[in-house]
Design a protein around this ligand. Sequence first.
Ligand code: ADP
Ligand code: MG
Length: 398
Amino acid sequence: MSESESFFGDPDPIFADKELLRVSHLPEGDRIIGRDQELQKLANAIKDAQRGGTPNNVLIYGKTGTGKSLCSKYITRDLTQAAADNGIKVGVAYVDCFQESTETQTVRTIAQALNDPTQTDITVPHTGVSTSDYYRRLWDILDARLDVGLVILDEIDKLEDDNVLMQLSRAAEAGKVTESTLGVIGISNKIRYKDSLNERVKSSLSERDFVFPPYDANQLREILRSRADAFREGVLDEDVIPKVAALAAKEHGDARKAIDILRYAGEIADEHGDDTVRVEYVDEAHDREEQARLSELIAKQPEHSKYLLQALSLQAQEAPDDDSAIPTKDIYSMYELVCERNGVDPLKMRRVRDLLSELAFLSLIEQERKGRGKGKGAHTVNQLVDEPEVVVEACKSA
Ligand SMILES: Nc1ncnc2c1ncn2[C@@H]1O[C@H](COP(=O)(O)OP(=O)(O)O)[C@@H](O)[C@H]1O
Ligand SMILES: [Mg+2]
């Protein structure tokens, strides 16, 4: 390599602005495709906040990649601006409840997001404060500097207890805040989330609820097209976007999946030293996306679920091709070995059964009840949904 050459190579031959293909990228309203109705309903539900009134609490359901997080962030930002034009101060706190799953973490995150210490003289330290003190500071912050606080609780089903929902959804009514008011937007991928709540929380939290339907191939195509300027002009083969959209539509219309596959296709072209993103790269991009999604999903599982997946993978690899459905009892013995290798104590069988059902719920494995023959009762067999090699790989990187 000569001295003048950079290790980072020439300007990117494929991407003009890769940020447009990041999940966290928040497109402008006119670039949000096929969600006019949902945005309008959300706007109606929270519109009282525009004049300083109390917004309705909202629950939003829908599968992953249906635009729930995007629309919630967009509509609250839009509301904040509209309210500012009326001289009303709205603050928005976004909480990823997977990251902040305890009551204390949630309240702290909200208080920190809504605070501005130069205006309130209130601090929200990371440690050394009790949960009830975090609440007190949050109410003080709201009253001191805002007319309305809006809290987005994303992946709300990951919260460890209901108390924070009770506190937030009834703050105004319970007189915790007097100079301001508060609204909650809860988001969940689990359509039955509401069933798990106690009646009081349920009725105050879900004054309105909405379901976001999956996108069809046309909408996905449009979503991808509206981000085509992530690529340099002319590098994207014309069949790439339709193919990516068709693949993602087949698997429950997930916009995030579609955008990820498109980005991987560009990266693969780059790795081949090609200056064109060809339709041939899309299948490999799809595989890469699956692997990444699986790693991400597995990474979120408790430690022992990962050991169970490893145990099941090991057994599936040993099993003859035609029979990779493994009885729970057999998984358990392999699981004990995996635990030993990792220097941890195995959980009891009962708990293992629970973890396996949770893995089945997430479609990481499939379960089936089988009869053992006359008078011998039934037992459960378990099977990986993905290839064992892929799962082992994902457990490693998780
Ligand atoms: N209607 C849409 N128009 C444009 N981009 C979208 C649309 N819906 C989703 N996206 C994009 O797809 C990705 C996944 O959307 P997200 O809101 O995170 O889905 P969810 O929260 O339902 O899982 C994000 O990058 C988002 O910007
Ligand atoms: Mg989301």
